[in-house]
Design a protein around this ligand. Structure first.
Ligand code: AHR
Length: 491
């Protein structure tokens, strides 16, 4: 059995976990909206929102939801989705090869966010549209009555501005699959001008520029540099997207996903900070990992290549226990980078590549629901910096990969320490010993583990405290979480 010795100190913090780190994503894709969050019938409220889905989203602990895309947004005319329902046009959705009925639009989404209790994150169409559509949408959503677009919202029954803070400047604009794909310099100019206009309206709005669609894009790095050189004074975040894929021929590589995510984050931080240094700016650009998940094309793909009826399933695979282990480990990486990653969104939320699934008469949890639900309690907490002595794993892609990951979060109450981590070794169990200077561990509660080879999913883990140290044994390829209480005397 491997051994891992882990030390934390309450004096050494990485940062505070922004609540928006536990975001998710609802796109007009497949049954994400129609048949997902919106499904009029016996399980829905008077507005057509599925209440069983709302209950599961709350249980999951999602704090923020990005909308309406994704690929969908790059050809979306937001005006189609507001006003009287019987006057809304049906439109072709070129991203997912279907007809968009526009029954759900920006107002329904914002009402739904209020119902669920999540922070909205709205995306602009910078594929087929630009500054005018962005500023009119911004005014429609946030403007005080007395101007054209704000008054249109008032006439639609919403006198009060919605006060949306977070806005994405397009989606994956480097991707050849995107409607309105642009070279870096062209996107950078549009992003800069849209951001400049929005900051004139509201200097406090939070703007997220598109980074690369994924780190294997040929322009990765260069794209971020050009976009940030152009827009640095006006934007607050740069986005990252990643879907980690199992390789049945090489399962060890899949368990490296969280390490790979960590390197991706560090690469974007380095690029952003080098632009800031060259510009002589004291401002620090933050990262929005606003699409992340597992995606196995064998189970979830491909997207339709023929036209499909509205609300047809897309990417509705079933996640397994290994996926849940990897998702838990990816969340460990997000927590340990909370000083730079202020927004993250598990993509997606309902039905397509999602932790929550629906049928007409029920809703259920996928395996990846469990690590997210457990760790979302960390919102607002303080992450401590780990020091880990543990074996490394040989790797085909990297020089070596730490066999154990770990994060500790002092919850906002100050009385509970949430410890979570993963054993990435496929062969060896690991005995983990954790001590925290400044936090004398008295007892554990709700220790749980997810083991890749255990089809039953999440189960209790044996955890003990010996002389103020936490001891757990992790099976091969597993993720765990445990809550620790402090003894009255401290440490
Ligand atoms: O989440 C599915 C799709 O993946 C999104 O629409 C797009 O942004 C990404 O490529």
């Amino acid at each position: 059995m491997n051994r891992a010795i882990v030390r934390f100190s309450t004096d050494f913090e990485i940062g505070v976990v922004a609540p928006t780190l536990f975001g998710s994503f609802v796109e007009h894709m497949g049954r994400g909206v129609y048949g997902g969050i919106y499904d009029p019938g016996p399980l829905a409220d008077a507005s057509g929102f599925r209440l069983d889905v709302v209950a599961l989203i709350r249980e999951l602990g999602v704090t923020a939801v990005r909308y309406p895309g994704g690929n969908f947004v790059s050809a979306y005319d937001w005006e189609d989705g507001v006003g009287p329902l019987d006057e809304r046009p049906k439109r072709l959705d070129l991203a997912w090869k279907t007809v968009e009925p526009n029954t759900v639009g920006v107002v329904e989404y914002l009402e739904w966010c209020a119902l669920v209790g999540v922070e909205p994150i709205l995306a602009f169409n910078l594929g087929t549209r630009g500054i005018d559509a962005a500023r009119s949408l911004f005014e429609y959503v946030n403007g005080s009555p007395g101007t054209r677009w704000a008054d249109l919202r008032v006439s639609h029954g919403h006198p009060e501005p919605f006060g949306v803070r977070y806005w994405c400047l397009g989606n994956e604009m480097d991707g050849p699959w995107q409607i309105g794909q642009k070279p870096a310099q062209e996107y950078a100019g549009i992003a800069r001008e849209v951001a400049k206009a929005l900051k004139l309206i509201d200097p406090d709005c939070v703007l997220i520029a598109c980074g690369s669609s994924h780190e294997r894009m040929p322009t990765f790095g260069e794209w971020e540099r050009i976009v940030l050189e152009e827009s640095y004074p006006y934007v607050d975040y740069i986005s990252l997207h990643a879907y980690y894929e199992p390789d049945p021929a090489n399962p060890a590589v899949y368990l490296e996903s969280a390490y790979s995510m960590d390197r991706f984050i560090r690469g974007v931080v380095a690029t952003a900070d080098s632009v800031g240094a060259r510009l002589g700016s004291t401002k620090r650009i933050q990262l929005a990992f606003d699409e992340w998940n597992i995606f196995d094309p064998r189970r979830f793909g491909p997207a339709p290549d023929a036209w499909v009826p509205t609300g047809s399933p897309i990417s509705e695979g079933v996640f397994d226990a290994t996926d849940a282990v990897v998702v838990g480990d990816l969340m460990v990486t997000l927590l340990n980078n909370c000083d730079r990653v202020g927004i993250a969104a598990l993509a997606q939320l309902v039905n397509g590549i999602a932790p929550i699934m629906t049928s007409p008469d029920s809703a259920w949890r996928q395996t990846i629901f469990h690590p997210f639900a457990r760790l979302s309690a960390a919102a607002g907490g303080t992450v401590l910096r780990p020091r880990i002595a543990a074996p490394e794993l040989p790797s085909e892609r990297f020089e070596a990969v730490p066999s154990v990951s770990i994060a500790a979060v002092l919850l906002a109450s100050g009385e509970e320490l949430l410890v979570t981590g993963a054993n990435r070794s496929l062969e060896s169990a690991v005995a983990v010993e954790v001590a925290v200077a400044g936090f004398g561990i008295a007892s554990t509660s709700s220790p749980v583990v997810i083991e890749a080879r255990d089809a039953d999913g999440i189960r209790p883990l044996e955890a003990s405290v010996v002389e103020g140290r936490l001891l757990v044994e992790l099976p091969p390829a597993s993720w765990f979480a445990v809550s620790l209480a402090e003894d009255a005397a401290g440490a």
